[in-house]
Design a protein. Structure first.
Length: 47
């Protein structure tokens, strides 16, 4: 998930009890979003 879909899922899941798989999926999506943001910042510094 990315951007608005990830934000929606995070807000939706705050008061929910998710399965381990769902929780891991959202966590992995957050990690990927962070990595992409860091990558984009590093590209901006290079150019």
């Amino acid at each position: 998930m990315q951007d608005s879909a990830l934000e929606y899922a995070l807000n939706w899941s705050k008061d929910k009890r998710l399965s381990n798989l769902d929780d891991r999926f959202i966590g992995a999506s957050q990690k990927l979003a962070k990595q992409q943001a860091e990558y984009n910042l590093s590209l901006e510094k290079i150019t």
